[in-house]
Write a protein that binds this ligand. Structure first.
Ligand SMILES: CC(C)(COP(=O)(O)OP(=O)(O)OC[C@H]1O[C@@H](n2cnc3c(N)ncnc32)[C@H](O)[C@@H]1OP(=O)(O)O)[C@@H](O)C(=O)NCCC(=O)NCCS
Length: 168
């Protein structure tokens, strides 16, 4: 049994513990975190997966970013509790949140991660989109939520402190 819901303030501390458990110490030193500093996540897309008796199995968060004039979502962090990995929890979180992002009108999603995992969700390497250094360009992956959403989108990924109504 798995219940996926939007993260609430009551979940937040538990989610932070899960991220600390799933990632190497010092995760906040990763360059992708510079895009998250002092910027609130996209609350409508941050989700938790809870199993039996409400135990936290996994969590996903998103941040708003900008590539030039183009708005995008930065997927991550995503983590699944070590005792629940390989059961499809990560897949359910990714699919549920991407479907919601699309329904909310977002056009494109970026992440820094392992292509062999994210490929199954339609992510592929995006060229010409630069994450803050040091980031291995091979790990910069994108997924268009509408056809051609990465066409002509190039440049350095920056914080998007004031998300506009239009996300084009
Ligand atoms: C990566 C993670 C979120 C995947 O969640 P999950 O619920 O275990 O994954 P799923 O059950 O949906 O998928 C399992 C499949 O993904 C594969 N997989 C998991 N991590 C992978 C990786 N980094 N690279 C390639 N394949 C990976 C598994 O081998 C398995 O393959 P199979 O379906 O062929 O057996 C989870 O393993 C995790 O929290 N890892 C630690 C934190 C982390 O690395 N987060 C991602 C940062 S980019």
């Amino acid at each position: 049994m798995l219940r996926i819901s939007i993260e609430t303030p009551d979940d937040s501390q538990e989610v932070e513990y899960l991220y600390d458990l799933a990632f190497a110490p010092g995760r906040q030193a990763l360059s992708s975190y510079r895009l998250r500093d002092a910027v609130p996540p996209v609350a409508k897309l941050c989700m938790v997966a809870r199993g039996e008796e409400g135990v936290l199995a996994g969590a996903i968060r998103y941040w708003p970013v900008a590539i030039g004039a183009a708005k995008a979502l930065l997927l991550g962090p995503i983590a699944v509790h070590p005792t629940r990995q390989g059961e499809g929890v990560g897949a359910e979180l990714i699919e549920a949140s991407l479907a919601r992002a699309e329904a909310l009108g977002w056009q494109r999603v970026l992440l820094v991660g392992d292509a062999p995992y994210y490929r199954r969700f339609g992510f592929e390497r995006v060229t010409g989109v630069e994450m803050p250094p040091p980031t291995n360009p091979e790990r910069v992956l994108g997924r268009a939520l509408i056809k051609g959403a990465f066409g002509g989108v190039t440049g350095i990924v920056q914080q998007d402190v004031k998300p506009r109504r239009s996300r084009g």
